[in-house]
Design a binder for this molecule. Structure first.
Ligand SMILES: Nc1ncnc2c1ncn2[C@@H]1O[C@H](COP(=O)(O)OP(=O)(O)O)[C@@H](O)[C@H]1O
Ligand SMILES: [Mg+2]
Length: 298
């Protein structure tokens, strides 16, 4: 049964998409999990990390195989064949291969669904739930704003991961995010009952450069805020470390790999950021006991 994890932050440029794509690739290649990446950003950045615009358009047959179309049909209770929407991600780069991962592709038409999604906060949940049998982990990339989407993402999720850069504005943004998520959980308590998403952890990205001291201080501050119980009302489990041990270093390889339309592990498995994302995938798998499904039958 898949665990569903949203990568979420109202701030842009904090590494949400980079984290969603690279975590998905590492969990597929390294941990051998059946991974589905869901691109819920109308800018389709995760999808465009893997395909050029032209190739994307050909692969998705215009827009007929994207998440926007899928949610449109599901929202109107029209029948759909989910296998048409699950796009296999098969990549090869300098002899390194990625196989076995799937994508629900992004599409800017998601913007048109804004109101519909606002009225149907559990629409994504209803689409993803039947897929839990077929995957070990489902990772959802979120847009920075667009509350209707973020609400759908969080109500479909078991866990949420908050990437943040270590500066004052961003770490203060975490408090704002936690408050909004808390208000969703409150508002939809009757629907979600005991399945309220839990914090997987705050992930510090783009760490390094000249600011190592400041980064350390801010990371500790976030940890202290959580441990002091400042966020206890918003569903953070007591006693668990709210900040991932792994941090992601700031390196130009991130942009280089994206330009080649491949995840970092394929681009250069030995680069610092590649090593960091591999470490993150192992930390996440260990913390939440993500494991391949036991083989069934003979
Ligand atoms: N660890 C990193 N080192 C260097 N650049 C990074 C790193 N993570 C992300 N970036 C760059 O920062 C920009 C924003 O990253 P992205 O993952 O798209 O953030 P978000 O999805 O939160 O907007 C992109 O240009 C990306 O290449
Ligand atoms: Mg993004």
């Amino acid at each position: 049964m898949a665990r569903i994890i949203s990568v979420i932050n109202f701030k842009g440029g904090v590494g949400k998409t980079t984290t969603a794509v690279n975590l998905a690739a590492c969990l597929t290649r390294d941990a051998g999990l059946r991974v589905l990446l869901v691109d819920m950003d109308p800018q389709a950045s995760a999808t465009l990390h893997l395909w050029s615009i032209d190739a994307h358009s050909a692969e998705m047959e215009g827009a007929s195989r994207t998440i926007a179309r899928l949610l449109f049909r599901a929202g109107k209770d029209l029948p759909y064949d989910i296998d048409r929407f699950l796009i296999p991600v098969r990549k090869e780069y300098r002899g390194r291969k990625l196989d076995g991962m799937h994508l629900l592709a992004g599409d800017n038409r998601l913007i048109k669904l804004d109101r519909g999604l606002g009225n149907r906060p559990t629409l994504l949940d209803s689409v993803l739930n039947p897929l839990r049998e077929r995957f070990d982990v489902i990772i959802i990339d979120s847009p920075p704003v667009m509350y209707s989407v973020i609400q759908n993402n969080i109500l479909a999720s078991d866990l949420y991961l908050i990437p943040s850069v270590a500066d004052h504005v961003s770490t203060s943004g975490i408090q704002h995010l936690m408050k909004i998520l808390g208000s969703y959980f409150e508002k939809y308590r009757a629907i979600i009952r005991d399945r309220q998403a839990r914090l997987a952890g705050v992930l510090f990205t783009r760490v390094g450069g000249l600011n190592v001291q400041l980064h350390r201080k801010l990371m500790q501050q976030v940890r202290d805020d959580f441990l002091k119980g400042a966020y206890a009302a918003y569903g953070v489990p007591a006693g668990s470390d709210p900040v991932f041990e792994t941090t992601i270093r700031e390196r130009i390889d991130v942009a280089r790999a994206a330009a080649e339309r491949v995840p970092l592990v394929l681009f250069d498995g030995n680069s610092d950021v590649s090593v960091d994302y591999l470490r993150l995938s192992r930390e996440l798998a260990r913390r939440f006991a993500l494991a391949p499904a036991a083989p069934t039958g003979v």
